[in-house]
Design a protein around this ligand. Sequence first.
Ligand code: NAD
Length: 480
Amino acid sequence: MSAVPRIGNLINGEWHFDGTGREVLHKFTGEVLAIAHDATPAQVTDAVTAARKASESPLDPYQRYEILSKVADAIARDKERLALSVCRESGLTLKDCLGDMDRAVQTMRTSAEEAKRITGEMVPIAAAPGFAHRMAFTVRFPVGVVGAITPFNSPLNTVAHKVGPALAAGNAVVVKPSPFTPIAAAELCSMLLEAGLPPGLIGLLLGPGDPVGTSLVNDERVDFFTFTGSTATGKAISARLGMRRATMECGNVSGTIVCADANVPDAAEQCARGAFRKAGQVCTSVQRLYVHADILEEFLGHLTAAASAMVVGDPEDPATDIGPMISEAAAKRAEEWVNEAVAQGARLVHGGQRDGVAMTPTILTEVPSDARVVCEEIFAPVVSVIPFKDFAEALRVVNDTPFGLQAGIFTRDLNQALEAAKRLRVGGVVINSTSSTRADLMPYGGVKDSGYGTEGPKYAARDMTEERLVLLEPAKDGDR
Ligand code: NAD
């Protein structure tokens, strides 16, 4: 029997295994995949010290481009093995993980390209009264040390979305991944070192949010934080940052509108995927579906057919569409919210069963507006279908939440589509697809309680720089 692999903390290119060991479990079988060692308080300090020192000798942009390109190539080359590893530690299906590996390749490749494009701008200073003989421009410099704190869902691509842009912008980065899924982050760090990244520019700290994440946040030598996770954690981190800048990618209770003129079978098919893939554990998962009353029954028929066709079970089986949730506790919470909604008067159209750690795709309708399944982020394969008659009212209810990450609308009416783009207070409006639509190069981020700052390598790399103005004034003629 082969020994269980150990994952350590990466400090200045060395792996350290001395902190408390924590089992990383296969989320479906419960098998122990690895032992991950928590970072000690001294290791948090050491990782930041190493990053600080390394950040003082940034790589040239072309070197960053070459290293990040090599990592993109390495992910592409090793896609099958990495996908299986992510599938086991996260419970996401092999199908989803293979797609995520392709996305991580894009994230790293786009980050590599952005390393060559970081630029300031010319300032039309001569137009200011009294400045006609001057010139000005801005230059962007790395912020220094970036702290990256990541969640359990999409554990490779989410880390890539932090590390790629941080390095592209010339920073050092210290990553604190979710304790549920540390393996993918360790793999990415190894690939960066193998690609020739100077050791201090990447650090990895394992362990729980408190004390490892909190210690990283409390270290004032970290200049910038890029966080993805729940709104509660995002708020707690934000409150400790003082004047330090950050990007906060937090939760959402995503809404999608299906108008009466939509292509109903297509919309239902897309909504089923957007609600149930990755067992609903996506920040933009379709959770609230507002469907025009005239097409409600037809839509529910197609949505139910799509949900019934989905295979729930072993995520390693290539045929499986919905794997386990991250933990049995998470699945029990989802089941409890569904039962509670039904007790409040909701009608269960499909699913609602929990088998250990897995939840069947669940469709609810006639849901009271104060039920938790529509007010709080469920992060499970559960969707509530709510009829509307008046389009303006549908826009109002999509907005009627503390969150604002992305929203979707299905319509062939250009005026309705543009009205939605104008009125929905979210970071992104997706027309003729669901809220859960993302290409890795696009600007991505929320408003309100969904956070602030923007992901997508171009935007994240820009955010992880400081802009400095250079104002040129001709030297005065005459004697010194
Ligand atoms: P979480 O907030 O529990 O944990 C996220 C990370 O923060 C983990 O690494 C955790 O250890 C760390 N952490 C926890 N408390 C901390 C603290 N006080 N200080 C510092 N670090 C701390 O989130 P999760 O359950 O892993 O992920 C699910 C959540 O992530 C959902 O709310 C989902 O919407 C959100 N999410 C958002 C996006 C987005 O782009 N907006 C993408 C994916 C997931």
